[in-house]
Design a protein around this ligand. Structure first.
Ligand code: GLU
Length: 447
């Protein structure tokens, strides 16, 4: 069996971390199994779907590092839905209903008032031909419900949540098509999952009750249901997916300097028993992906932890992975020197400026003589091997300084900063000429 998974967003907005996580899990599983990962654009809602969101969904998945083996749009598949709908109607599994939303609301209130579950009472099934003809003559157009089979319990063994069992009598027959002919989510999704050979449906646990109804739709359409994995929802650090996190799109994560690999490492593992670790490629995430490690408690997405993970991720990235985002001229050697000091790749540019100069040295007046000695020493030492140790070794002997008073004035004069990458690695990049000039400048009294 070839595994086929899909990510099926509705293009009614930008994707947020919760959706990205679902997409990632579908992708990871498909890649691990040597299967196929499909992108399905659920754009049956013509009014709310927008092309710019389709474009953004593709870009956002691409940014995260996901690729897909096929793409489909539900708006191009209405012919197929109509055909399957007709077959279900023929088989008596869909039926027309004429209740208004107000009438349905009233029924629900009455049921709840009596302490009964608010399940649709199937009144429309009792309408005869004549009733329907009359209603249609009055200009009423029906909406359509899928008729659940009350005699067959609904069961599936969820890959994350374990065995599930629903009594269909406690579910409302779902509305699948509106009076204007447009489609609700349920049926097109099942038709597509069958048509595209989807073997595993991986989505949020907010879909569990949809799945209950859909299991019967698969059966009514003559197809065995796929495997289901319903993941616990994502929450923010404070315990629920905050409005802000839910409204935060990929641009935010990119613009704040987050590496896609950091976000992927986090989204792949939170809510599982595996530890969240920085990765330099998707390979370890693909390899260790396992539904059995997913817990049922919400997955906590903590932005402060992401920042830490991001820095650790940056420290693992090779020059090739970041080259096009580095300032012109910055080479692999410079990248490796500054990398351990970075929280974000973009910050490499600051250190490149420190290397290239000009820098404004920070000098304490009492260090001027010391720095003059440093300039003279820097001009005569051997730069070929290890100029930093040659320089500080010689200065230690000449001045008797050691520790911080030996090193810090040099760092400040050479880089204009009191902290940063290992000077032994940095100094060769600054080079003799610039280093001597910077030490001389720092040693001269202010004009
Ligand atoms: N378009 C649906 C959603 O975004 C798809 C759910 C599913 O994966 O079946 O919720």
């Amino acid at each position: 069996m070839t595994v086929v998974t899909r990510f099926a967003p509705s293009p009614t907005g930008r994707v947020h971390v919760g959706n990205l996580r679902t997409a990632l899990h579908n992708w990871l599983f498909a890649r691990q199994q040597g299967g196929r990962f499909l992108l399905r654009i659920d754009d049956t809602d013509r009014e709310r779907s927008e092309e710019r969101f389709v474009v953004a969904i593709r870009a956002d998945l691409g940014w995260l590092g996901l690729d897909w083996d096929g793409e489909a749009r539900q708006s191009e598949r209405f012919g197929l839905y109509k055909e399957r709908f007709a077959a279900l109607r023929e088989a008596g599994r869909v039926y027309p209903c004429f209740e208004t939303p107000q009438e349905l609301e009233l029924k629900r209130k009455v049921q709840l008032g009596r302490g009964l579950p608010p399940v649709y009472d199937r009144a429309a099934l009792k309408l005869g031909e004549a009733d329907r003809a009359r209603l249609e003559a009055e200009g009423q157009r029906p909406h359509w419900r899928f008729k659940l089979d009350h005699d067959t319990a609904i069961e599936w063994d969820d890959l994350i949540r374990g065995p599930h069992r629903f009594d269909p009598k406690l579910l409302s027959d779902p509305v699948i098509r509106r009076a204007n002919g447009s489609w609700l989510y349920h049926l097109p999704s099942v038709i597509d999952d069958i048509d595209m050979g989807v073997t595993h449906v991986v989505r949020g646990e907010d879909h569990v009750s949809n799945t209950a109804a859909q299991v019967q739709m698969f059966e009514a359409l003559g197809a065995p249901p796929p495997a289901f994995a319903h993941e616990a929802l994502l929450t923010g650090a404070e315990g629920k997916l905050s409005k802000r996190l839910g409204a935060t799109d990929v641009d935010h994560w990119r613009e704040t300097g987050n590496e896609p690999l950091a976000l992927a490492a986090k989204l792949a593992r939170i809510g599982t028993s595996l530890s969240v670790e920085p990765v330099a490629s998707m390979a370890p995430l693909v390899e260790r992906f396992d539904f059995a490690t997913f817990g049922r408690a919400p997955a906590r997405f903590d932005e402060a932890e992401l920042a830490k993970l991001n820095a650790q991720t940056v420290h693992l990235l090779s020059f090739e992975q970041v080259a096009e985002r580095l300032p012109a001229g910055m080479d692999a050697r410079a990248w490796e020197v500054v990398r351990p000091n970075l929280e974000r790749v973009a910050d490499a540019a600051d250190w490149w400026h420190v290397i290239e100069g000009p820098v404004a040295p920070e000098v304490v007046g009492e260090d001027r003589d010391y720095l003059r000695a440093a300039a003279e020493t820097a001009a005569r030492i051997d730069w070929a091997a290890d100029p930093w140790h040659a320089l500080t070794g010689a200065l230690k002997e000449i001045t008797g300084r050691k520790g911080k008073p030996l090193f810090l004035p040099l760092r400040c004069a050479l880089t204009g900063r009191d902290h940063g990458p290992d000077m032994a690695a940095l100094l060769p990049l600054i080079g003799r000429e610039r280093a001597v000039a910077r030490l001389e400048a720092a040693a001269s009294p202010l004009p």
